[in-house]
Write a protein that binds this ligand. Structure first.
Ligand code: NAP
Ligand code: MG
Length: 403
């Protein structure tokens, strides 16, 4: 093994909870620390420490990512009532991801890891399909109303400081029914559009955006027009990289995605992104193969696995039973962070090391050492699965032989 590689600038590390935390420490101890010297700015976002600091630590971590540009995060518990009881929490703290996302004003991209012997459920898919989800507004910030008696529903807009009101009839109800009012804002859509364009340019992949502007001429049309304007501004950059921006009707986009070989960034409105990212994740084999990257419009990056804390496996672990939890997405969170750090620092040896780790993971899987989730979908069939630590050890062994 050659000398350790030095990473020029810091990386912000955010620790997390349960089984994800167990994996996290194994990955760091076996695949990162033995090979690189890196100035880690560590924040413990584990639920107990968030509770002790009244969640201050999440805000500090997000600010650190803003300062140092690159963060890597372990999955964390978003507490609900049951978790408050389980961990004796002071309150139901907000989702750390939501806090970090709002401080960085970021867009989340989900990207699957493709490996030869883990065939996607869709035969034509050969390259990753990256999903960018607009994480603001629409039904997620809506008001709704259950109509119980006959009556008239209207949409009313009252301009600030007076001026003429706009009233539109929604429906004359003769019976029971439902109404919803939702919105989005130009700054949020523009910022989402720019994040998608920047990410498509940095990954050198086509950018697709689908909406239903034939039916929703104003609302969906507004999104379509903003995408067209922003993409138009970057025409030269797209042309230089031989990539393109495509607008499609959302139903056509879905059909085209299923027939495609992948390899595009699919920008989705909030609801489409929620639904389609789960379909694409499952289609690519396992939640353990899905990474998630938060990109801010001013070029800060946070890398993590898309899955949660894998509670069921954690309870098994606490009972003293061996687990077989897939660590690949967590490993790729680290390699993603190292790659981006190396690109920003202009240190190709760091980028190369990250690629070497990724290759070691892929070769480990291709040689038939996999965790249980992948054993079930591998082709050709694999008869035996590795436990959590065995898989990481197999990757470490391969890595030691190559660096
Ligand atoms: P999860 O961690 O996403 O896991 C759900 C199920 O998917 C697991 O029980 C397991 O299926 C399978 N799975 C997920 N990741 C896997 C992996 N790496 N290897 C093997 N199988 C994997 O959801 P959860 O267990 O319901 O945990 C929810 C907790 O995570 C909640 O507290 C939630 O707030 C938090 N969460 C955090 C984040 C984040 O920080 N980014 C994201 C989502 C959820 P089997 O049980 O069938 O083996
Ligand atoms: Mg969803």
């Amino acid at each position: 093994m050659s000398a350790k590689i030095t990473v020029k600038n810091p990386i912000v590390e955010m620790d997390g909870d349960e089984m994800a935390r167990i994996i996290w420490h194994l990955v760091k101890e076996k695949l990162i620390e033995p090979f690189v010297n890196v100035d880690i700015r560590y924040f413990d976002l584990g639920i107990k420490h968030r509770d002790e600091t009244d969640d201050r630590v999440t805000i500090d971590a997000a600010r650190a990512v803003k300062e140092f540009e690159i963060g890597v995060k372990c999955a964390t518990i978003t507490p609900n009532a049951a978790r408050v009881e389980e961990y004796h929490l002071k309150q139901q703290w907000k989702s750390p991801n939501a806090t970090i996302r709002s401080i960085l004003d970021g867009t989340v991209f989900r990207r699957p890891i493709t490996i030869k012997n883990i065939p996607p459920a869709v035969r034509t898919w050969k390259k990753p399909i990256i999903i960018g989800r607009h994480a603001y507004g629409d039904i997620y910030k809506s008001v709704e109303f259950l109509v119980d008696t006959p009556g008239r529903a209207e949409l009313v807009y009252i301009p600030e400081g007076g001026g003429e009101q706009t009233r539109l009839k929604i429906h004359e109800f003769k019976s029971r029914g439902v109404i919803m009012g939702m919105h989005n804002t130009e700054p949020s859509i523009r910022s989402f559009t720019r994040a998608c364009i920047n990410y498509a340019l940095s990954e050198k992949v086509d950018l697709w955006f689908g909406a239903k502007d034939t039916i929703s001429k104003q609302y969906h049309g507004f999104f379509r027009d903003i995408f067209a304007q922003e993409a138009g501004r970057c025409q030269d950059k797209f042309r230089n990289l031989a990539i393109q921006y495509r607008y499609l009707l959302i139903d056509d986009a879905v059909a085209q995605i299923m027939k495609s070989e992948g390899g595009m960034l699919w920008a989705c409105m909030n609801y489409d992104g929620d639904v389609m990212s789960d379909m694409v994740a499952t289609g690519f084999g396992s939640l353990g193969l899905m990474t998630s990257i938060l990109v801010s419009p001013d070029g800060k990056y946070e890398f993590e696995a898309a899955h949660g804390t894998v509670v069921r496996h954690y309870y098994e672990h606490l009972r003293g039973n061996a687990t077989s939890t897939n660590s690949i997405a967590s490993i790729f969170a680290w390699t993603g962070a190292l790659t981006k750090r190396g690109e920003l620092d202009d240190t190709p040896e760091v980028v190369k090391f990250a690629k070497t780790v990724e290759n070691a993971v892929v070769q480990t899987v291709e040689s038939g050492t996999v965790t249980k989730d992948l054993m079930l979908v591998a082709e050709p069939r694999i008869e035996k699965y590795a436990c959590t630590e065995e898989f990481i050890d197999a990757v470490a062994e391969r890595l030691r032989r190559t660096v």
